[in-house]
Structure formats: C-alpha cells, structure tokens
Ligand binder design. Structure first.
Ligand code: APR
Length: 172
C-alpha cells in the first residue's frame, strides 16, 4: 500500500486527521507559533499531559491525546534551531520527521500532518527544510507500514509552492 503525500495550505489545528505534529520546544510546555496555536485549540488538558512527559530532546518525538482538537493525537517533536548549518541541523531535522513517523506507525496512526518544523522562530531556511522533510518522509515510509496519508501543512502560499514542487504530481 503506497502512502499519499500531499501539501496543503491550512491552519493545522483545523485538520481532522489521526494526528497532527507540533513544532514544540524541549520543555513541551507550550510557546508561540504552531505550538501556541495547538495548545490554544486543544485546551488546558494538553498542557497537563505534557507536564507529565518530562520534556523532549531535539530530534525526538512524544505522543499525547488531541483533546479539543479535531485530530485524535498530537505528536510533539522538537526541531533544531538554525545556526547556519554547521551544527548537525539537517540530521536533527530529519530525525524529527523520522521519529514522528515511527511513533505514528507504532500507535496505528494512519493519517498525519506536519507543519514546517524549525522554519519559523527557529529560523531554518524553508527550501532546505522542505527538501529534508519530503526526502526523510519518503525514505521512512519505505520502512514502515500502515500510514495511509501524510500532509505537509503549509502556513503560506510560498511554502505551499515549495512543497508542491518537491512532491510533484506523483503525490507519493
Ligand atoms: N498551522 C500550521 N502551521 C503554522 C501555524 C498553524 N496554526 N502557525 C504557525 N505555523 C507555521 C509557521 O509559519 C512556520 O512555517 O509553522 C512553522 C513552524 O514555525 P514555529 O511555530 O515558529 O516553530 P519552530 O520554527 O519549529 O520554532 C519552535 O517556537 O513556538 C515556539 O514553543 C515553540 O520554542 C518553540 C519554537
């Protein structure tokens, strides 16, 4: 079974999928950007569950319920802060996508959406980040079963165009 890859422009908190991925920080106690939006939409129980997780390493991923979100689960991952590319940022960003998919497959999650991890506050150049995202998702899906659909949820038309070019019409 091949997995459908799609790029959409949307507010990730509105997506009724099995899971949405949060671009969190290592405390997992909320923040701005997509992290803030997810916590606002999920409600206070999300923070209560996150408090019990004891934080998250950069490049790692942890799962919580989605609470008031239309998505059943939230996969929290912590992207690298961009320091120019010489501090292993590419490998750490790839790990965010890989570990999130591995966690999703282990939980029987069949559909999930990623935001542009690290491309906001953390300053990762979008073109480079998108290339890593699509390549890592494609490679990891080849090792997993059960994931039916992966959405790259873009928050701007320019980001959407980048992902659409990378995914191509094949959509796989
Ligand atoms: N839906 C989808 N994408 C969104 C949304 C949303 N509601 N809000 C923001 N984005 C996009 C941003 O435009 C950017 O492309 O998510 C991408 C990631 O940006 P950030 O949220 O700033 O995440 P990141 O760059 O990984 O920085 C993480 O920011 O919010 C804090 O607590 C978070 O400290 C952590 C840091």
């Amino acid at each position: 079974m091949s997995t459908t890859l799609k790029a959409v422009r949307a507010d990730i908190t509105t997506l009724a999928l099995d899971a949405i991925v949060n671009a969190a920080n290592s405390s997992l106690l909320g923040g701005g950007g997509v992290d803030g939006a997810i916590h606002r939409a999920a409600g206070p129980e999300l923070l209560l569950e996150c408090r019990r997780l004891g934080g998250c390493e950069v490049g790692e991923a942890k799962l919580t319920k989605g609470y008031r979100l239309p998505a059943k689960y939230v996969i929290h991952t912590v992207g690298p802060v961009w320091h120019g590319g010489g501090r292993g940022e590419a490998e750490l960003l790839a790990s965010c996508y890989r570990r999130s998919l591995e966690l999703a497959a282990a939980e029987g999650i069949q559909s999930l959406a990623f935001p542009g991890i690290s491309t906001g506050v953390y300053g990762y150049p979008v073109e480079q980040a998108a290339g890593i995202a699509v390549a890592t998702v494609r490679a990891t899906l080849g090792e997993l079963t059960g994931i039916r659909e992966v959405l790259f949820c873009c928050f701007s038309d320019s980001d959407l165009a980048i992902y659409q070019r990378l995914i191509g019409d094949a959509g796989h």
